[in-house]
Every structure is written in C-alpha cells, then in structure tokens.
Design a protein around this ligand. Structure first.
Ligand code: ADP
Ligand code: F6P
Length: 324
C-alpha cells in the first residue's frame, strides 16, 4: 500500500527558465484542489538545506503564470552533491512533515532528486531548462520561449547585417547543447551554425563558405555560434581579416533566459506541474515527467538519466541546404 502524501514541497534548481512559474502555480493549485498542503522551497537545494520554506496558498501564485524567472528563486548547490547533502535534506523534509517533493530543473537537479527519493522522500522531477538537453523528453520548460527570444533578436541583427553587407556572428546559449543554435539556424535562415556537438573548428571552411556566399549574391552571412564554442569576438576579428568583409559579433546572453513565457511554455509547464502532483498522490516516486510522441508520460529517473539524445543529422544538414 503506497503511503499517503499530505504535504508537498516544490523547488526550482539549476538555471531558471521561462515557464517555471506556470509549473509552480500548477503544483500549488492541483495539490490544494486535492486537499494537500504545499510548501515552496526557496533557492533550490541550497534553500532546502537551510529549511527556507514558505507555506503556499492559492493566492500566493496569483499573477505568476505570465512571469519569467522563478518566484521561488533558484541556485546551484555544490553541498547537495556530497553524500551528506541529500541525507540532511531528507532529515529536514521529515522534520517538516514534507513527504513529497517536486523538483523543477535539469539532469543535474534530477540526480539530486534521485538521491532524495532513495532516502525515502517521494520525489518527482519536471524538466525545466532552456537547453532542451534532457534525453527522455522532446520538451523542456523554457526552450520554446528562449528560442523565440533568440530568433527575434537574430532577425534584428540580420536586418542591419544585410544593410551593411556584413558577416554577423551571433552567440546563443547552450554550453553543452546546440538545440537553440540549431533551431535558430533553421528559423533565421543562418548560413552557418556552430554546435558543440558538431563543430570541427575548421575556420578556413567558414571563411571559404563566406566568400562563396557573397559571390552567389548574398547580402549577409549569419553564423549562429553556440555558447559552448564561444569566442565569438575573436572569431569575428579573424574572419574579417581573412575575408576582408566587415564582421561583427553579438552575444545574446542571459536575455534568452528571461521574459514572458510563450503560450506553449505556459500550457506544457502547467500540465507537467499538475501531472507531478497526480503522480505523488498515486504514491509514485523517483519519476520524471516527459513529453514524448505527442503525450505526457513519466519515466523512472534512473532510466531517464541513462537515456541519450542528440542533434538530428537531418535537421543539421537541411539547415545548410536551405541557406544556399
Ligand atoms: P541542471 O539541473 O539544470 O542540470 P546543474 O547541473 O547545475 O543544473 O544542477 C543543479 C543542482 O543540482 C546542482 O547545483 C546540485 O545542487 C544538484 N546536483 C547536480 N548534480 C548532482 C548530483 N550528482 N548529486 C546530487 N545533486 C546534484
Ligand atoms: O540554463 C541553461 C544555461 O542557460 C545554459 O545554456 C548556459 O550554458 C548556462 O545555463 C549558463 O549558466 P549561468 O546562469 O551560470 O551563466
């Protein structure tokens, strides 16, 4: 017989992502609608270890679904990666009557959630990261907003790049994952995309491509460079020297992590938040919610963390072809 959950904690961990508030709001209201108590944990695992809890009622999440960031704040917490961290957290949960915990974050946060679950706190993960780099799911909270923000910014750079007949290197977020760069590459019609998963560091190939491109009558050359490759300013200087074309670098940075969530992020995050509460109410633990093949599903966290996903070869290739 699964133990009944009475008090549910919710926290956001790792990088923030637009739509996290929609997920928090959904957790709070779905739980209250089922007669459960809800506690918001401030600043991710760091706040959990400090016992930074706030009792949450329906009105505490009013006026939040449309806001970027996370009302609970987020943090990276190295102590949680040590053996004592999760043990202390499980003890604090027990002392405070928290028998279910919902962790909104990425793979790193799920590793913490896995440990909490193993220590007897029923724990569910919700994928929240603008990077889309969680293998078990085709959707992560924040990616849709971030990629739309980046796309709109790149459109603007493209206008001025065309007017001046320049090469523009635009750096988007993604230290280990090139999904934002790939999607913008296709959505913005970029001439080149440099992804951490694919880039061969052959700058001469880039230079040749830029020269060919202008010979074919193009009025700009847009290179979308993922943060994981970085060094956009130096790359711009070298490309300008090698091609003779004015080249500018723009780093979009953290603006991609903020702003009002798109409709998709609000709806998917809300659904996942409610789903996480339902799983806890069914006595489930150590699960992560995913969106796969058009459906919301859940996986064992151990299985989810063992899954792999990569950049689509086909999309990578067509991105090049479509900018001909
Ligand atoms: P994300 O959740 O977006 O992948 P991080 O990798 O920065 O972000 O992880 C967020 C937090 O999750 C870390 O600061 C740490 O507190 C916790 N965490 C990460 N890896 C582990 C681990 N192996 N064991 C326990 N906790 C972890
Ligand atoms: O949240 C994901 C992410 O935005 C990555 O794309 C990026 O590499 C990293 O976080 C940046 O983290 P920080 O906020 O520490 O600069």
């Amino acid at each position: 017989m699964a133990k009944e959950i009475n008090k549910i904690g919710v926290l956001t961990s790792g990088g923030d992502a637009p739509g996290m508030n929609a997920a928090i709001r959904a957790v709070v209201r779905q739980a209250l609608s089922k007669g459960k108590k809800v506690v918001g944990v401030k600043r991710g695992y760091a706040g959990l270890l400090q016992g930074e809890f706030i009792e949450m009622e329906a009105r505490d999440v009013s006026d939040t679904i449309q806001r970027g960031g996370t009302i609970l704040q987020t943090a990276r917490c190295p102590e949680f990666m040590m053996e004592e961290g999760p043990k202390e957290a499980a003890k604090i949960c027990k002392e405070n009557g928290i028998d279910g915990m919902i962790v909104i974050g990425g793979d790193g946060s799920f590793r913490g959630a896995q440990k909490l679950a193993a220590l007897g706190v029923n724990t569910i993960g919700i994928p929240g990261t603008i990077d889309l780099d969680i293998a078990c799911t085709e959707y992560t909270i924040g990616f849709d907003t971030a990629v739309n923000t980046a796309m709109e910014a790149i459109d603007k750079v493209r206008d001025t790049s065309t007017s001046h007949e320049r090469c523009s290197i635009i750096e988007v977020m993604g230290r280990h994952a090139g999904y934002i760069a790939l999607w913008c590459g296709i959505a913005n019609g970029a001439e080149d995309i440099l992804l951490p998963e694919r880039y061969d560091y052959d700058e001469q190939k880039l230079v040749d491509n830029i020269i060919e491109n202008f010979k074919r009558g193009k009025k700009h050359h847009i290179i979308i460079n993922a943060e994981g490759i970085g060094h956009s300013a130096g790359m711009a200087r070298r490309i300008e020297a090698a091609t003779g074309l004015e080249t500018r670098a723009t780093i979009l940075g953290h603006m991609q992590r903020g702003g009002q969530p798109t409709c998709k992020d609000r709806v998917y995050a809300s659904t996942m938040g409610a789903y996480a509460v339902d799983l806890l109410c069914q006595g489930k633990s150590n699960r992560v919610i995913a969106y796969k093949n058009g459906e919301y599903v859940d996986f064992d966290i151990d299985e989810a963390l063992a899954m792999q996903k990569g950049i689509s070869d086909y999309q990578f290739q067509i991105c090049k072809n479509l900018s001909l």
